[in-house]
Design a binder for this molecule. Sequence first.
Ligand code: ADP
Ligand code: MG
Length: 278
Amino acid sequence: MVEAFAVASGKGGTGKTTSTLALGMALAERYDVTVVDADTGMANLLFHTGLDDADVTLHDLLVEGRDARVGDAVYERFGMSVVPCGTSLAAFEAADPGRLREVVAELASETDVLLLDSPAALGSKSAVLPVVLADRVVVVLQPTVPSLSDGLKVQEYARSYGTETAGVLFNRVRPDEDAERIAEQAARYFGGTTLASVPESDAVRAARRAGEPLLAHAPADPAADAFREAATALDVREGPADPAADAFREAATALDVREGDAGDVADRFRSAVLPDRV
Ligand code: ADP
Ligand code: MG
Protein backbone atom coordinates (compact mmCIF):
# COMPACT_ATOMS: atom_id res chain seq x y z
CA MET A 1 0.00 0.00 0.00
CA VAL A 2 1.32 3.41 -1.00
CA GLU A 3 -1.40 5.92 -0.26
CA ALA A 4 -5.12 6.36 0.37
CA PHE A 5 -6.89 9.40 -1.06
CA ALA A 6 -10.38 10.66 -0.31
CA VAL A 7 -11.98 12.44 -3.26
CA ALA A 8 -14.28 14.94 -1.57
CA SER A 9 -16.16 18.21 -1.93
CA GLY A 10 -18.61 20.32 -0.02
CA LYS A 11 -21.53 19.61 -2.34
CA GLY A 12 -22.90 16.85 -4.54
CA GLY A 13 -22.67 16.98 -8.31
CA THR A 14 -19.21 18.59 -8.42
CA GLY A 15 -17.76 15.52 -10.14
CA LYS A 16 -16.32 13.42 -7.32
CA THR A 17 -17.28 10.10 -8.87
CA THR A 18 -16.16 11.17 -12.34
CA SER A 19 -12.86 12.35 -10.83
CA THR A 20 -12.34 9.25 -8.68
CA LEU A 21 -12.59 6.99 -11.71
CA ALA A 22 -10.55 9.24 -14.00
CA LEU A 23 -7.73 9.60 -11.47
CA GLY A 24 -7.96 5.87 -10.79
CA MET A 25 -7.58 4.92 -14.43
CA ALA A 26 -4.70 7.34 -14.93
CA LEU A 27 -2.89 6.08 -11.83
CA ALA A 28 -3.54 2.47 -12.85
CA GLU A 29 -0.88 2.90 -15.52
CA ARG A 30 1.73 2.92 -12.75
CA TYR A 31 0.04 1.49 -9.68
CA ASP A 32 -2.29 -1.19 -8.52
CA VAL A 33 -5.41 0.91 -7.94
CA THR A 34 -8.57 0.20 -5.95
CA VAL A 35 -11.53 2.59 -6.10
CA VAL A 36 -14.27 2.41 -3.49
CA ASP A 37 -17.69 4.04 -3.59
CA ALA A 38 -17.59 5.28 -0.02
CA ASP A 39 -20.49 7.66 -0.72
CA THR A 40 -22.79 5.06 0.80
CA GLY A 41 -25.88 7.27 0.97
CA MET A 42 -25.71 8.65 -2.58
CA ALA A 43 -23.81 5.89 -4.32
CA ASN A 44 -23.47 6.28 -8.07
CA LEU A 45 -20.08 4.86 -8.96
CA LEU A 46 -21.80 1.67 -10.07
CA PHE A 47 -23.55 3.57 -12.88
CA HIS A 48 -20.22 4.96 -14.10
CA THR A 49 -18.64 1.50 -14.31
CA GLY A 50 -21.40 -0.69 -15.75
CA LEU A 51 -21.88 -2.39 -12.39
CA ASP A 52 -25.58 -1.53 -11.94
CA ASP A 53 -26.41 -5.18 -11.43
CA ALA A 54 -23.49 -6.12 -9.17
CA ASP A 55 -24.52 -8.93 -6.83
CA VAL A 56 -22.45 -7.94 -3.83
CA THR A 57 -21.59 -4.33 -3.00
CA LEU A 58 -20.04 -2.34 -0.17
CA HIS A 59 -23.43 -2.24 1.55
CA ASP A 60 -23.25 -6.02 2.02
CA LEU A 61 -19.94 -5.56 3.81
CA LEU A 62 -21.27 -2.84 6.11
CA VAL A 63 -24.48 -4.51 7.23
CA GLU A 64 -23.92 -6.78 10.17
CA GLY A 65 -24.89 -10.37 9.67
CA ARG A 66 -24.55 -10.41 5.89
CA ASP A 67 -22.25 -13.19 5.08
CA ALA A 68 -20.15 -11.40 2.44
CA ARG A 69 -16.37 -11.31 2.26
CA VAL A 70 -14.55 -8.17 1.12
CA GLY A 71 -13.31 -9.94 -2.02
CA ASP A 72 -16.91 -10.65 -3.06
CA ALA A 73 -17.51 -6.91 -3.55
CA VAL A 74 -14.37 -6.30 -5.62
CA TYR A 75 -14.78 -6.24 -9.41
CA GLU A 76 -11.90 -6.00 -11.87
CA ARG A 77 -12.93 -3.27 -14.31
CA PHE A 78 -11.02 -0.86 -16.56
CA GLY A 79 -7.65 -1.96 -15.14
CA MET A 80 -8.70 -1.23 -11.56
CA SER A 81 -10.27 -3.05 -8.64
CA VAL A 82 -13.68 -1.47 -8.22
CA VAL A 83 -15.82 -1.69 -5.08
CA PRO A 84 -19.29 -0.34 -5.91
CA CYS A 85 -21.97 0.50 -3.39
CA GLY A 86 -25.67 -0.25 -3.68
CA THR A 87 -28.32 2.43 -3.92
CA SER A 88 -30.98 1.07 -1.58
CA LEU A 89 -31.97 3.45 1.19
CA ALA A 90 -32.87 0.52 3.45
CA ALA A 91 -29.35 -0.93 3.09
CA PHE A 92 -27.83 2.49 3.80
CA GLU A 93 -29.89 2.75 6.97
CA ALA A 94 -28.96 -0.77 8.04
CA ALA A 95 -25.26 -0.22 7.37
CA ASP A 96 -22.85 0.37 10.22
CA PRO A 97 -20.48 3.07 8.89
CA GLY A 98 -17.83 2.11 11.43
CA ARG A 99 -17.31 -1.15 9.57
CA LEU A 100 -15.81 0.82 6.68
CA ARG A 101 -12.57 0.95 8.68
CA GLU A 102 -12.19 -2.79 8.57
CA VAL A 103 -13.11 -2.97 4.87
CA VAL A 104 -10.63 -0.23 3.97
CA ALA A 105 -7.95 -1.92 6.06
CA GLU A 106 -8.38 -5.16 4.18
CA LEU A 107 -8.45 -3.49 0.76
CA ALA A 108 -5.41 -1.35 1.61
CA SER A 109 -3.25 -4.34 2.33
CA GLU A 110 -3.75 -5.58 -1.22
CA THR A 111 -3.33 -2.45 -3.35
CA ASP A 112 -0.98 0.47 -4.00
CA VAL A 113 -3.38 3.35 -4.30
CA LEU A 114 -6.80 3.47 -2.71
CA LEU A 115 -9.27 6.12 -3.88
CA LEU A 116 -12.33 6.71 -1.71
CA ASP A 117 -15.19 8.40 -3.54
CA SER A 118 -16.47 10.37 -0.57
CA PRO A 119 -19.83 11.85 0.47
CA ALA A 120 -20.43 15.55 0.05
CA ALA A 121 -21.62 16.79 3.42
CA LEU A 122 -19.94 16.51 6.80
CA GLY A 123 -23.08 15.81 8.76
CA SER A 124 -22.71 12.21 9.89
CA LYS A 125 -20.22 9.51 10.72
CA SER A 126 -20.71 7.81 7.35
CA ALA A 127 -20.06 11.13 5.63
CA VAL A 128 -16.77 11.98 7.29
CA LEU A 129 -15.17 8.60 7.76
CA PRO A 130 -13.55 8.36 4.30
CA VAL A 131 -11.86 11.74 4.85
CA VAL A 132 -10.72 10.64 8.30
CA LEU A 133 -9.31 7.35 7.02
CA ALA A 134 -7.43 8.78 4.04
CA ASP A 135 -3.83 9.99 4.03
CA ARG A 136 -4.69 12.92 1.79
CA VAL A 137 -7.78 14.49 0.32
CA VAL A 138 -8.38 15.63 -3.27
CA VAL A 139 -10.87 18.50 -3.10
CA VAL A 140 -13.10 18.70 -6.17
CA LEU A 141 -14.45 22.19 -6.79
CA GLN A 142 -16.25 24.19 -9.36
CA PRO A 143 -14.47 27.46 -10.01
CA THR A 144 -16.79 29.64 -7.94
CA VAL A 145 -16.33 31.39 -4.62
CA PRO A 146 -19.12 29.44 -2.83
CA SER A 147 -17.57 26.17 -3.99
CA LEU A 148 -14.19 27.32 -2.69
CA SER A 149 -15.73 28.10 0.65
CA ASP A 150 -17.32 24.64 0.85
CA GLY A 151 -14.03 23.04 -0.05
CA LEU A 152 -12.23 24.94 2.68
CA LYS A 153 -14.58 23.44 5.25
CA VAL A 154 -13.74 19.98 3.97
CA GLN A 155 -10.04 20.79 4.22
CA GLU A 156 -10.40 22.12 7.76
CA TYR A 157 -12.22 19.00 8.84
CA ALA A 158 -9.72 16.73 7.13
CA ARG A 159 -6.79 18.51 8.78
CA SER A 160 -8.30 18.15 12.20
CA TYR A 161 -7.95 14.41 11.66
CA GLY A 162 -4.43 14.60 10.25
CA THR A 163 -5.52 14.23 6.61
CA GLU A 164 -3.55 16.62 4.41
CA THR A 165 -4.71 18.25 1.20
CA ALA A 166 -3.28 16.57 -1.90
CA GLY A 167 -4.61 19.36 -4.07
CA VAL A 168 -7.60 21.04 -5.57
CA LEU A 169 -9.18 19.77 -8.75
CA PHE A 170 -11.32 22.30 -10.59
CA ASN A 171 -14.04 20.60 -12.58
CA ARG A 172 -16.67 21.69 -15.07
CA VAL A 173 -14.71 24.80 -15.93
CA ARG A 174 -16.35 26.83 -18.69
CA PRO A 175 -14.34 29.06 -21.00
CA ASP A 176 -16.18 32.20 -19.85
CA GLU A 177 -15.42 31.63 -16.19
CA ASP A 178 -12.75 33.55 -14.40
CA ALA A 179 -11.09 30.32 -13.38
CA GLU A 180 -7.66 31.87 -13.12
CA ARG A 181 -8.62 34.33 -10.42
CA ILE A 182 -10.37 31.60 -8.44
CA ALA A 183 -7.35 29.33 -8.86
CA GLU A 184 -5.16 32.10 -7.44
CA GLN A 185 -7.42 32.36 -4.42
CA ALA A 186 -7.40 28.59 -4.05
CA ALA A 187 -3.61 28.51 -4.09
CA ARG A 188 -3.65 30.94 -1.19
CA TYR A 189 -6.17 29.06 0.94
CA PHE A 190 -5.52 25.42 0.22
CA GLY A 191 -2.51 23.53 1.44
CA GLY A 192 -1.99 21.53 -1.72
CA THR A 193 -1.59 22.66 -5.27
CA THR A 194 -4.12 23.04 -8.05
CA LEU A 195 -3.97 19.62 -9.70
CA ALA A 196 -5.78 20.57 -12.90
CA SER A 197 -8.71 22.45 -14.39
CA VAL A 198 -11.07 20.03 -16.08
CA PRO A 199 -13.30 21.63 -18.71
CA GLU A 200 -17.05 21.14 -18.92
CA SER A 201 -17.36 18.46 -21.57
CA ASP A 202 -20.14 16.55 -23.31
CA ALA A 203 -17.87 13.50 -23.35
CA VAL A 204 -18.10 13.30 -19.54
CA ARG A 205 -21.88 13.02 -19.68
CA ALA A 206 -21.74 10.60 -22.59
CA ALA A 207 -19.32 8.39 -20.66
CA ARG A 208 -21.67 8.16 -17.71
CA ARG A 209 -24.60 7.30 -19.98
CA ALA A 210 -22.46 4.55 -21.52
CA GLY A 211 -21.59 3.21 -18.05
CA GLU A 212 -17.88 3.78 -18.58
CA PRO A 213 -15.29 6.01 -16.94
CA LEU A 214 -14.27 8.98 -19.08
CA LEU A 215 -10.77 7.65 -19.71
CA ALA A 216 -12.22 4.46 -21.19
CA HIS A 217 -14.99 6.14 -23.15
CA ALA A 218 -13.21 9.19 -24.57
CA PRO A 219 -9.49 8.98 -23.74
CA ALA A 220 -8.60 11.73 -26.22
CA ASP A 221 -11.10 14.28 -24.85
CA PRO A 222 -9.52 17.42 -23.33
CA ALA A 223 -11.21 16.59 -20.01
CA ALA A 224 -9.42 13.21 -20.01
CA ASP A 225 -6.11 14.99 -20.66
CA ALA A 226 -6.76 17.27 -17.69
CA PHE A 227 -7.51 14.32 -15.40
CA ARG A 228 -4.28 12.60 -16.48
CA GLU A 229 -2.42 15.82 -15.70
CA ALA A 230 -4.06 15.87 -12.26
CA ALA A 231 -3.01 12.27 -11.59
CA THR A 232 0.60 13.15 -12.43
CA ALA A 233 0.46 16.20 -10.17
CA LEU A 234 -0.79 14.05 -7.29
CA ASP A 235 2.73 12.85 -6.74
CA VAL A 236 1.80 9.65 -4.93
CA ARG A 237 3.99 9.20 -1.91
CA GLU A 238 5.92 6.06 -1.24
CA GLY A 239 4.71 5.31 2.23
CA PRO A 240 2.08 6.64 4.59
CA ALA A 241 2.59 10.29 5.40
CA ASP A 242 0.38 11.06 8.35
CA PRO A 243 1.85 11.20 11.84
CA ALA A 244 -0.46 8.47 13.11
CA ALA A 245 0.93 6.13 10.51
CA ASP A 246 4.49 7.09 11.41
CA ALA A 247 3.76 6.40 15.05
CA PHE A 248 2.34 3.09 14.05
CA ARG A 249 5.45 2.31 12.02
CA GLU A 250 7.63 3.04 15.04
CA ALA A 251 5.55 0.74 17.16
CA ALA A 252 5.66 -1.87 14.42
CA THR A 253 9.45 -1.60 14.24
CA ALA A 254 9.69 -2.01 17.97
CA LEU A 255 7.61 -5.14 17.62
CA ASP A 256 9.96 -6.26 14.89
CA VAL A 257 7.27 -6.22 12.25
CA ARG A 258 8.70 -5.93 8.77
CA GLU A 259 8.11 -2.44 7.35
CA GLY A 260 5.79 -2.47 4.38
CA ASP A 261 4.23 -5.65 5.65
CA ALA A 262 0.61 -5.79 4.59
CA GLY A 263 -0.40 -6.24 8.23
CA ASP A 264 0.83 -2.84 9.42
CA VAL A 265 -1.12 -1.02 6.73
CA ALA A 266 -4.28 -2.85 7.64
CA ASP A 267 -3.79 -2.10 11.33
CA ARG A 268 -3.36 1.56 10.58
CA PHE A 269 -6.92 1.72 9.28
CA ARG A 270 -8.33 -0.51 11.96
CA SER A 271 -6.90 1.76 14.63
CA ALA A 272 -8.14 4.98 12.99
CA VAL A 273 -10.04 7.15 15.43
CA LEU A 274 -13.74 7.31 14.71
CA PRO A 275 -15.07 10.83 14.84
CA ASP A 276 -17.49 11.40 17.67
CA ARG A 277 -18.33 15.04 17.17
CA VAL A 278 -20.73 14.66 14.28
P1 ADP B 1 -20.60 13.70 -7.71
O1 ADP B 1 -20.04 12.34 -7.54
O2 ADP B 1 -19.74 14.77 -7.10
O3 ADP B 1 -22.01 13.84 -7.26
P2 ADP B 1 -20.55 13.11 -10.56
O4 ADP B 1 -19.15 12.73 -10.90
O5 ADP B 1 -21.55 12.01 -10.45
O6 ADP B 1 -20.58 14.06 -9.27
O7 ADP B 1 -21.02 14.17 -11.64
C1 ADP B 1 -22.30 14.75 -11.56
C2 ADP B 1 -22.85 14.97 -12.97
O8 ADP B 1 -22.06 15.94 -13.61
C3 ADP B 1 -22.79 13.72 -13.84
O9 ADP B 1 -23.90 13.66 -14.65
C4 ADP B 1 -21.53 13.93 -14.66
O10 ADP B 1 -21.61 13.27 -15.92
C5 ADP B 1 -21.51 15.44 -14.81
N1 ADP B 1 -20.13 15.95 -14.93
C6 ADP B 1 -19.11 15.79 -14.06
N2 ADP B 1 -17.99 16.39 -14.51
C7 ADP B 1 -18.31 16.94 -15.72
C8 ADP B 1 -17.58 17.70 -16.73
N3 ADP B 1 -16.28 18.01 -16.57
N4 ADP B 1 -18.26 18.08 -17.83
C9 ADP B 1 -19.57 17.78 -17.99
N5 ADP B 1 -20.29 17.08 -17.11
C10 ADP B 1 -19.69 16.67 -15.98
MG1 MG C 1 -20.82 10.62 -6.66
